[in-house]
Design a protein around this ligand. Structure first.
Ligand code: MG
Length: 164
């Protein structure tokens, strides 16, 4: 008999792309002439990850936690949001087993940033890097992602807690 209780969570987010904005993804600044339209820094990968963590414990979503009507979160560093969310997870006695993130973006190519994203995200969540997967894909020029209009991200996480 396992002494562990497990919860799975999934998250999804999209942000539009516009010229002249900084592009943050997975906690890393991407060298790009365009970035994400958002109330916060627009880090769509961290937003999907936060929603997966919150979803695993049915704690709502980041729009509920950090409303875009609140100036407190205007231009917010999404790494700070992830830090707040993971602390919520720990507070409830849960720990992260692993996270798997898929980023769909047509341009720029982001494969070279993936190691840094994994390092940054694992650091904030205080797990080994092999527990955080980041995968990048294009959509073969199909749909709004393929036209370069936006970025789409899916994240799943598994949490565990010892059964007392
Ligand atoms: Mg978002």
């Amino acid at each position: 008999m396992t002494p562990w209780d497990y919860r799975i969570g999934q998250g999804y987010d999209v942000h539009a792309i516009a010229e002249g904005l900084p592009m943050w993804l997975g906690g890393v600044r991407i060298d790009s002439p365009s970035g994400f339209v958002a109330h916060s820094d627009g880090d769509v990968a961290i937003h999907a990850l936060c929603d997966a963590l919150l979803g695993a414990l049915a704690l709502g979503d980041i729009g509920h936690l950090f409303p875009d009507t609140d100036d407190k979160w205007k231009g917010a560093d999404s790494k700070k949001l992830l830090d707040i969310v993971i602390r919520r997870i720990w507070q409830n006695g849960w720990e992260l087993c692993n996270a798997d993130i898929t980023i769909a973006l047509q341009a720029p190519k982001i494969a070279r940033y993936v190691p840094d994203m994994r390092k940054v995200l694992a650091g904030i969540m205080e797990v080994q890097e092999d527990r955080v997967s980041v995968k990048a894909t294009t959509t073969e020029r199909l749909g709004f992602v393929g036209r370069g209009e936006g970025c789409e991200v899916w994240a799943v996480v598994l949490l565990k807690r010892r059964i007392l």
